[in-house]
Design a protein around this ligand. Structure first.
Ligand SMILES: Nc1nc2c(c(=O)[nH]1)N(C=O)[C@@H](CNc1ccc(C(=O)N[C@@H](CCC(=O)O)C(=O)O)cc1)CN2
Ligand SMILES: Nc1ncnc2c1ncn2[C@@H]1O[C@H](COP(=O)(O)OP(=O)(O)OP(=O)(O)O)[C@@H](O)[C@H]1O
Length: 223
């Protein structure tokens, strides 16, 4: 207390945090970005191999990863997607639909991509599925064990700051309603993991289970 006033640090608004992070991302140089891509390929590839070993003991369907196609400023996951595909995973990428809905289309390293009509991102031409509506688990076809989720930042309690469309929050709310077992993992640069409470969190925000950075895996499920 100072002179009767309680000194607290308010969380920054989402908008001001986004502006700061976008500016920082714009100054990441090409070699740094390339190193991040190789490091993420190793980190996420190793994580997937360990997860597949435990999964091997279960009777599940086709092992799938719901990933994304990186924008030029994001930590690159192109090599991650290729590595997971080489390891036998089915890789799905998001397709943005009107009303901020996400559907998913299969991707392989030879899939030609098309530009989205809604956002400045390419995606496979389709067909698409609604992953929050398809049945998964034993006896079903698609078993999404990992969702890689783009973010501008994540705080240490797992709250995620995205680009501001609300695509993933809407999708994850529907996904969670079906009690899916897939691990929700944000992908950010190392210095984008912020102390808990660094930015505003609203009731619709969907937290993640895990954070992948080029340097580390932060598993928040045990906290
Ligand atoms: N790679 C990627 N795919 C994704 C997302 C994402 O954040 N990253 N999304 C997450 O929901 C959805 C698309 N949402 C988006 C919402 C806004 C902007 C956008 O405003 N882009 C800025 C550039 C931002 C930057 O480069 O940092 C622009 O067009 O100026 C892009 C995608 C689904 N697919
Ligand atoms: N489940 C939901 N139902 C309806 N509207 C939602 C839902 N989740 C988020 N929204 C709306 O989406 C908008 C953007 O939300 P927010 O700023 O949290 O996006 P974000 O997480 O940064 O974006 P993204 O998920 O696309 O990366 C807000 O106006 C919010 O009210």
């Amino acid at each position: 207390m100072l002179g009767g006033f309680c000194v607290t640090r308010d969380a920054d608004s989402k908008a001001s945090t986004r502006a700061r992070l976008r500016l920082a991302r714009a100054s990441v140089d090409v070699p740094t970005r390339e190193r991040a891509g190789s490091a993420l390929r190793r980190t996420i590839g190793t994580w997937w191999e360990h997860a597949s070993e435990s999964r091997g003991r279960m009777d599940r369907g086709e092992a799938a990863v719901a990933s994304f196609r990186s924008m030029p400023t994001e930590p690159p996951v192109d090599a991650v997607n290729a590595a997971l595909y080489e390891r036998g995973a089915t890789v799905l990428l998001p397709v943005c639909e009107p009303d901020f809905r996400l559907r998913w289309a299969r991707w392989t390293p030879t899939t030609p991509l098309v530009r989205s009509a809604v956002v400045p991102i390419d995606h496979p031409p389709g067909p698409t599925v609604d992953l929050a509506a398809v049945a998964d688990g034993p006896g079903h076809q698609l078993d999404v064990g990992l969702l890689l989720i783009p973010a501008l930042a994540v705080d240490e309690s797992g709250q995620r700051l995205g680009q501001g469309g609300g695509y993933y929050d809407r999708f994850l709310a529907r996904w969670r309603a079906h009690s899916r077992h897939g691990v929700l993992a944000a992908v950010v640069y190392d210095d984008e993991v912020l102390p808990a409470g660094s930015f505003d969190v609203l009731p619709h925000d969907q937290p993640v289970d895990l954070v992948f950075t080029p340097d580390r895996v932060l598993d928040l499920r045990d906290r």
